[in-house]
Design a protein around this ligand. Structure first.
Ligand SMILES: NC(=O)c1ccc[n+]([C@@H]2O[C@H](COP(=O)([O-])OP(=O)(O)OC[C@H]3O[C@@H](n4cnc5c(N)ncnc54)[C@H](O)[C@@H]3O)[C@@H](O)[C@H]2O)c1
Length: 419
């Protein structure tokens, strides 16, 4: 039976953690009695955010050490928004302490920790949900709906990217106590694959009837960060001329067991507007995200008015194929967080915690999507060699049960919740 109230502890309260916690607190049934950040001011600010909510009629405790929080608190779940290299170890400790986990996005450090994450979830019966908000983006969800209705025919190839100019955020990591810097100093590969891979993996049933079998990855040279430093901090800044490990653009191609290919780009060190370049191509047509990531162009053979000519997606198709979650504006707060997708992923997480039930992004999805980073680093290090992709389901991908039906399900659209 679904609980009326759950207790969630929040770990990591910088920009992302504090804004997501604030949204989470607005959801019915969610309380946050414990917050944690190893930076004292961020922990204190976290307490203030919780206490500042109108419905906060409970005590809120702050911790600098998440292990102490896990030991002392009786929590149903934790939400982790720390740095990339700390996500999985904290998630494992939290599941061992009896908590379900919602974990912010980022790539894995190595394949062993992905297996450890999966086995810990299996052993403890606690779930670990990657909080991949882009799975709930309006455009991705509408295209998912169209694919499921067969409008693109059989899906053959997909593309995506995390193309986001983050030069200041990366370089000023010490001044702003931000986690990206040391990754770009020391690691070369697809460091942030999940924004684009999450929705694409769901589209072709990865871990349920399909799986990634291999990938190849190559990185360009690295020039963007030193150029930014020269122009913004000057040549006396100590990192000017640093030999950055991460190439400015990393390109990765994945191959799926059912024959689809997916190419993705990691591109955060050069001047450019934001784009995820979401592209789906099938035997009957193609969708391609427009430079403005809220719209796209589409061509469907036999449906589009003029052969060989793109049509505007929002103008002609989106309203008709919107996912029902996006039509239900009685419950969705469309303005909150990245145009509404942050709200939806948090609502999906809270629904699973309150129901004590499988989340729409499970531990197999989490491990698979995050593993791309570690595999990509290996491939880049070997000059673009093909790297085999581990199967975290241990063979069960061929006949796993369908996922739990809920309004937030990402494997199919569960119409019964939208009557
Ligand atoms: N889904 C999205 O759209 C989205 C957007 C922004 C950031 N993110 C992700 O959210 C995460 C956090 O992002 P950010 O920009 O706030 O990062 P950040 O580096 O500014 O913050 C990380 C915070 O975690 C704390 N921390 C690190 N290790 C800790 C530990 N062991 N115990 C307690 N606290 C610890 C740090 O002190 C810091 O306050 C990252 O993984 C990032 O990739 C996701």
């Amino acid at each position: 039976m679904k609980k009326e109230v759950c207790k969630i502890g929040c770990i990591g309260l910088s920009g992302r953690g504090s804004s997501m916690m604030s949204l989470l607190l607005d959801l019915p049934g969610v309380t946050v009695p414990a917050v944690c950040d190893k930076v004292p001011e961020r922990m204190e600010k976290g307490i203030e955010i919780v206490k500042g909510k109108e419905n906060c009629d409970y005590e809120v405790r702050g911790y600098l050490d998440y292990r102490e929080m896990l030991e002392k608190e009786d929590l149903d779940a934790v939400f982790i928004a720390t740095t990339w290299i700390t996500h999985i170890p904290i998630a494992i400790d939290a599941m061992r302490a009896g908590c379900h986990v919602g974990m912010e996005v980022g790539g894995a450090n190595n394949i062993q920790e992905c297996f450890d994450l999966v086995r810990t979830s299996e052993e403890t019966g606690r779930f670990c949900m990657l909080m991949e908000n882009c799975c709930y983006d309006r455009k991705e969800m509408a295209v998912f709906n169209m694919v499921k209705q067969g409008l693109f025919g059989e899906v053959v190839h997909m593309e995506g990217g995390y193309r986001h100019d983050l030069r200041d955020e990366i370089v000023l990591g010490r001044e702003n106590i931000h986690g990206r810097l040391r990754n770009f100093m020391n690691r070369d590969g697809e460091l942030y694959p999940t924004h684009e891979i999450g929705p694409l993996a769901k589209l072709v049933g990865i871990n349920r009837g399909n799986r990634f079998v291999s990938l190849v990855s190559m990185s360009s040279k690295s020039r963007g960060l030193n150029e930014w430093i020269k122009n913004n901090k000057g040549e006396d800044y100590d990192l000017y001329g640093y030999d950055w490990a991460c190439g400015d653009v990393t390109t990765t191609i994945l191959r799926c067991a059912n024959g689809e290919t997916i190419s993705i780009h990691h591109d955060c060190c050069l001047p450019r507007p934001y784009s995820r370049e979401y592209t789906v191509q099938g035997t009957k047509g193609v969708f391609r995200e427009a430079p403005d990531d809220t719209n796209g162009v589409i061509y469907l053979e036999g449906i589009s008015e003029t052969p060989h000519k793109w049509e505007d997606f929002n103008e002609k198709y989106r309203a008709r194929y919107d996912h029902p979650l996006w039509k239900d504006d009685g419950t969705v707060n469309f303005t909150a967080g990245h145009g509404g997708m942050d709200y939806l992923i948090l609502a999906a997480f809270a629904d699973s915690v309150l129901s004590d039930a499988e989340p729409p992004i499970d531990v197999y999805d989490t491990a698979t999507w995050m593993a791309i980073t570690a595999l990509s680093e290996q491939s880049v290090a070997m000059g673009g060699s093909v790297v085999p992709f581990p199967d975290f389901t241990n063979g069960r991908w061929i006949d796993r049960e369908p996922s739990r039906r809920s309004p937030y399900c990402l494997d199919e659209i569960c119409d019964e919740f939208f009557q």
